[in-house]
Write a new protein. Structure first.
Length: 388
């Protein structure tokens, strides 16, 4: 009898556990039944931030429901825990983000400094340490030559004094990249985002949107990546979170999506249009050529647009970032860069290599996964973060 009752209760418990959903996503479900080519909108339910109170409410577009093959990765947009919400200062955030790069350099640097003797062997070992952190051969040589010159000029004899001198030289090199986003003088101001798949374009667009909203700007996002599965859905999640319009089409030419977005922004008095594009490799010439077409279509609306063309780079690619810059710059003439995932790599020295070989302004750097972890690039803070 007791065994029978146990089975009953056990069965009830198993049913209860089965009724629970194994996974719950914080991403709002979206449905769409409208024909292709039409813009689809819904009223967002999220509250606006304090910086948006005086702005008119924006309308975000609906998207297709997700299939198993088009699941959205919500890692970067998950709710933050109280511990994650602890705020760090601007420089502290960059320093924390560059920890892996700093650790990679510091071990060898401290070992060299402990020797105390400044000779050619010291400089050779220091150069190898910089190259290992992806500073690059040309940039490393420039830093070493400048260090030698200043050691001689200032009469430095103790290697323990070199760390601060090295920071100053690195900061001066990185200053070539320290040019904040140009001042917005006309609307809609169009920012075209390009880059390879996996560099973090979608996440960067969401973070950049938040940063611009915090500065009191209104933003519209153009889902111009019509090739990658779930690209529109991922942008929509960021649009919902930031409470901004996301314009997309079920099918269609990415140039047309961006053009429609510019028209919508002008009609609604939106300050900034952030236009996504399909990820492509530098070796995919037909896709690189398509970027040229996109720019031509944008210029039909506004001859001066796009006002900013930004390449998103993954810091983990190291020296390959130099090749990406050259290829994309030839296709669309880059005006700025965004370096992502610096918190997950020991190759942060690549920024110094860029400053030496192709000093296109580094507008922002990504130093974490939270929505406010996109920071304006500061040469001094970056050098401090690298060398400690």
């Amino acid at each position: 009898m007791f065994d029978f009752l146990k089975k009953i209760f056990k069965g009830d418990d198993s049913k209860k556990s089965e009724s629970k959903s194994p996974k719950q996503s914080s991403v709002p479900s979206n449905k769409s039944s409208k024909p292709a080519g039409k813009l689809k909108t819904k009223t967002p339910i999220k509250k606006t931030s304090s910086s948006q109170k005086n702005k008119s409410k924006l309308i975000s577009s609906k998207t297709k429901p997700k299939s198993k093959n088009n699941e959205i990765n919500t890692k970067d947009i998950a709710a933050e825990t109280p511990e994650q919400q602890k705020t760090l200062s601007f420089s502290e955030k960059i320093k924390a983000g560059l920890k892996k790069t700093r650790d990679a350099i510091s071990v060898n640097l401290l070992s060299l400094i402990s020797i105390k003797k400044i000779d050619q062997n010291f400089y050779d070992d220091l150069e190898m340490t910089l190259i290992a952190a992806d500073v690059g051969y040309a940039a490393s040589q420039q830093i070493i030559e400048e260090l030698k010159k200043r050691v001689k000029q200032e009469g430095v004899e103790d290697s323990s004094e070199l760390k601060q001198l090295l920071k100053i030289i690195l900061t001066e090199l990185l200053k070539e990249l320290e040019k904040p986003l140009i001042q917005i003088k006309q609307t809609p101001f169009v920012i075209l985002i390009v880059g390879v798949n996996g560099a973090g374009k979608t996440t960067t667009i969401g973070k950049l949107t938040k940063l611009l909203l915090d500065e009191g700007k209104t933003v519209l996002i153009a889902a111009g990546d019509t090739f990658r599965a779930a690209a529109k859905e991922q942008l929509q999640v960021w649009g919902d979170r930031n409470n901004v319009t996301v314009i997309s089409q079920e099918t269609g030419d990415p140039s047309a999506v961006i053009y429609d977005s510019m028209q919508s922004a002008k009609a609604k008095g939106i300050d900034i249009v952030i236009a996504d594009t399909a990820g492509r490799l530098p070796t995919q010439k037909h896709l690189i050529d398509e970027l040229t077409k996109i720019k031509k279509v944008i210029k039909k609306f506004d001859e001066s647009a796009p006002h900013e063309t930004i390449l998103v780079l993954d810091a983990n690619t190291g020296q390959n970032a130099i090749n990406q810059i050259k290829t994309f710059n030839e296709a669309v003439t880059l005006t700025g860069l965004i370096m992502t995932k610096l918190d997950g790599t020991a190759k942060g020295g690549i920024v110094a290599a860029i400053a030496k070989e192709n000093p296109i302004p580094l507008r922002f750097i990504g130093v974490g996964e939270k929505i406010d972890d996109l920071k304006i690039f500061s040469a001094e803070d970056y050098a401090e973060g690298m060398l400690g």
